[in-house]
Design a protein around this ligand. Structure first.
Ligand code: HEC
Ligand code: HEC
Length: 376
């Protein structure tokens, strides 16, 4: 029986490959790459990353190969979806829908998060279930809703059959041999190279470039009355910065509400998507604290994309917090335990939104090194 299955799947594989080859001959799209490879060494700008000056394991040829793979639709089972389909550069490598379209128009379970500055993040996906980019990159390829390529041998076969890869593998790894590990390694290099740190706020912090009066007022609220900075802290406004990075450290850490990476912000009294609750009941409704870099570009918001605008997000924190079972201590009244309201007036709310706009790095959204080489 097992032999029969293997035989059958082999036949199917060859049928698909030969059909693949035909379609390559008619509608093959080659990636357009620069004659001399781009420089993918990290540019830290004013970010003061603790990784500055350290090796993060990227070669120019490796990231170039990773870039092509990231945008290549042949990584999906039916050649319709690439990583770039859901992580689009023009919107900070997120996408504009609540839930994204995978293969066969299937919807993803959650909102596609933006990608930036993940080079040493060890809390990935909304529920933190992946702890390194290296482990993560093949997940979307295998995911039955996203790209549906469960068979890694088939993935390797398809990559080998595409004529433009041989040269890219030789340059990156000194040999044309294609393996799933190399595919993952190259994509990891590309994703790690995606660093953007030239927002107004970065320039404000690095060289004291002044913010507008409104944004400055918003910044004061962000760090003060709004309580935002208790969670959205560090260079990427996600409470991670290399200081404290244990993804399974419980929320409400030590009762201080800081350095915790994850939180339940009272979106619902009862959660349908329990987030980290799949690991432990004490984590129901707990999600990772996302980075706020480029957040003005990455609507809709939250793990399920429920908020269409930043105004709606701020209103949630202001008046919408629900008393969920694991609601963060920061959002509970210290005496009654009830959910608090922040008491922000209209001009304070607009000020916070204006501040969030200073986190946009326009250059990141137009950086050719991260752009789609297939130019469709
Ligand atoms: C069909 C849409 C879709 C495709 C295609 C897709 N992703 Fe995603 N991506 C998502 C969604 C949705 C999530 C969040 C999933 C979750 O948290 O459960 C995500 C999460 C991620 C994250 C985690 C980001 C973070 O801050 O936690 C990374 C990194 C990522 N994807 C990279 C990739 C790469 C690399 C590829 C291609 C191999 C890819 N994605 C393909 C939709 C997609
Ligand atoms: C107790 C920690 C905590 C505090 C305080 C906090 N946040 Fe958040 N924030 C989170 C978590 C966790 C999420 C993701 C929740 C989810 O999707 O379920 C989030 C999501 C967001 C998002 C959506 C990001 C995206 O990519 O979808 C924005 C914007 C945001 N917060 C802004 C703010 C602002 C502004 C404040 C202050 C008024 C604030 N946050 C205070 C923890 C916090």
């Amino acid at each position: 029986m097992k032999h029969l299955m293997t035989l059958l799947s082999l036949c199917l594989l060859f049928a698909v490959i030969s059909c693949q080859k035909d379609s390559f001959q008619t509608k093959i799209t080659y990636p357009v790459l620069p004659e001399n490879s781009y420089d993918y060494s990290p540019k830290w700008g004013g970010m003061h990353s603790h990784m500055e000056g350290q090796e993060i394991g990227i070669t120019d040829a490796g990231a170039t190969l990773g870039r092509v793979l990231f945008y290549d639709r042949i990584l999906s089972i039916d050649n319709t979806v690439s990583c770039g389909s859901c992580h689009s550069q023009s919107v900070g490598f997120s996408d504009k829908t609540k839930l994204s379209d995978g293969i066969n128009h299937q919807k993803t379970d959650r909102n596609a998060p933006p990608i930036s500055n993940l080079y040493d993040d060890n809390l990935l996906f909304w529920d933190g279930r992946s702890t390194s980019i290296d482990d993560l990159v093949l997940e979307p390829v295998r995911n039955h809703k996203e790209m549906g390529m469960e068979n890694m041998d088939f993935l390797v076969t398809k990559i080998k059959a595409a004529p433009y890869y041989e040269d890219l593998f030789v340059k990156a790894y000194g040999s044309p041999e294609v393996t799933a590990d190399k595919i993952a390694h190259a994509m990891t290099q590309f994703v790690k190279s995606m660093i953007g740190c030239d927002s107004e706020m970065d320039r404000h912090q690095a060289v004291g470039q002044p913010l507008s009066t409104l944004a400055q007022q918003g910044m004061d609220l962000f760090f003060g009355k709004g309580t935002c900075y208790n969670c959205h802290s560090g260079p990427d406004f996600n409470d991670r910065g290399g200081f404290f990075t244990d993804p399974f450290f419980p929320p409400n850490g030590g009762g201080f509400g800081w350095a915790q990476d994850i939180a339940d912000i009272g979106l619902d009294e009862t959660y349908t998507d329990v987030g980290m609750g799949v690991f432990d009941d004490a984590l129901i409704g707990v999600f990772k604290i996302p980075s706020l870099r480029n957040v003005a570009m990455t609507a809709p918001y939250m793990h399920d994309g429920r908020f269409a605008t930043l105004e709606e997000v701020v209103e949630h924190y202001n008046t919408g917090i629900q008393k969920s079972p694991n609601l963060d201590n920061l959002f509970k009244s210290w005496d009654t335990g009830e959910a608090i309201t922040l008491g922000l007036n209209d001009s304070e709310k607009s000020a916070i939104v204006a501040f969030l706009h200073t986190l946009t790095d326009e250059n990141y959204m137009h950086d050719e090194r991260f752009s789609d080489p297939f130019n469709r």
